[in-house]
Design a protein around this ligand. Structure first.
Ligand code: MG
Length: 365
């Protein structure tokens, strides 16, 4: 049972063939065994978040699941206490390892997907807005359309039940995609390579892009699907890759298939791209909100090689910042997210809701 849980949570599989330095690659830039202040911040954050997750699990499965949720909280807290007392006791420590352990504890107590209903609800509600968002983009001239596609990704990314600052907004339903898009922070953003990205878009289209997507709901539906569609319009083939296994409110590959089927019924361009194979959906092999690009599914590695991917897009705080912010690639890379955590904002020298767009062109030669 424990081995099965382990395999589910920490797959040891393929390395992304586009990493510039696979040997030197570290998924997380913070080594929590070494960095004391950050460690304390993260251990406290995980401790406060687990009770929210426990509540979500009980909402999902009913009151009878209460005692199991209690055990999840106790067990995970004991794990955090152990790390507090002796950070190196379980080997190298980073945020991703703690995320894996949280999933293991949930699975051990029979919770497969505590946000299943919440994700479904947000997906359904976002799909209703998709035709308007696509029509709006299609109606814009080139330059403002490029900008609107990026703004949509940022606005969508606010839907995050894993971040303490935003989960309350969704509980109260006080957040709205269009409103968020209107109120995005003005440029220059905290990290702002937008001009360089636009210069790249003036050049020849990418052959193929691999988009590592983040959350269900407005994030994938109104942010990343329209962004992917803009790449398809340029003639770029697109791989959308989502988690194989559920974690928090990240969209899973099964949910992504449903969403794209639905979107294909609403939009001929998406339907045709599915039909001719220029839009592919591939399970990443991952089951955490962050991603280790050395632990990908064989299917994704094969697709990246087959398609000759020359653009990697990492979206959301977990994939673009908490992990992989410093990852270097042999091809163009775009890292995009909204900052929804005070600790990360502090580490990055910014504020809550700051925006990050990091574009790194392929190294010359
Ligand atoms: Mg997420």
């Amino acid at each position: 049972m424990v081995d099965a849980v382990n395999d589910l949570v920490t797959p040891h599989r393929g390395v992304l063939p586009l990493l510039a330095d696979p040997e030197g690659y570290r998924p997380c830039m913070w080594d929590l065994t070494a960095e004391h202040e950050i460690r304390r911040y993260w251990l406290d954050l995980f401790a406060s978040h687990i009770s929210t997750l426990g509540e979500a699990a009980v909402r999902e499965e009913g009151e009878a699941a209460g005692p199991r949720a209690e055990r999840v909280m106790e067990e995970f807290q004991a794990y955090l206490d152990r790390l507090k007392a002796d950070p190196g006791c379980l080997g190298p420590l980073n945020i991703l390892e703690i995320c894996y352990e949280r999933e293991r504890v949930l699975r051990r107590h029979g919770f497969a997907d505590p946000y299943r209903h919440a994700k479904h609800r947000e997906n359904e509600s976002a799909l209703r807005f998709l035709p308007d968002v696509l029509a709006e983009l299609d109606g814009l001239p080139e330059e403002p359309r490029r900008r609107a596609a990026i703004d949509g990704v940022f606005a969508g990314n606010i839907f995050d039940l894993g971040a303490t600052q935003t989960q309350a907004m969704f509980k109260d339903r006080t957040v709205d995609f269009h409103d968020t898009r209107e109120k995005l922070k003005p440029r220059p953003w905290l990290v702002d390579d937008l001009d360089r990205w636009f210069v790249r878009l003036d050049g020849p289209p990418h052959r193929a892009a691999a988009l590592f997507v983040d959350n269900a709901g407005p994030d994938i539906v109104l942010g990343m699907i329209p962004f992917a569609r803009e790449l398809l319009k340029r003639g770029t083939r697109v791989i959308l890759t989502a988690n194989t296994n559920p974690s928090l409110n990240d969209v899973t590959i099964d949910e992504l298939h449903e969403l794209i089927d639905h979107a294909a019924g609403l939009d001929p361009l998406i339907r045709d791209a599915r039909g001719d194979g220029s839009l592919q959906l591939i399970a990443s092999g991952n089951g955490a909100p962050l991603i280790d690009l050395r632990r990908l599914s064989p299917e994704l590695v094969a697709a990246v090689e087959r398609e000759g991917v020359d653009l990697v897009v990492l979206e959301g705080m977990g994939r673009a910042l908490e992990s992989n912010y410093d990852a270097a690639f042999v091809c163009d890379a775009l890292k995009l997210c909204m900052i929804k955590d005070l600790g990360i904002a502090g580490e990055m020298g910014g504020e809550l809701f700051d925006l990050v767009l990091r574009f790194e062109p392929a190294p010359a030669g």
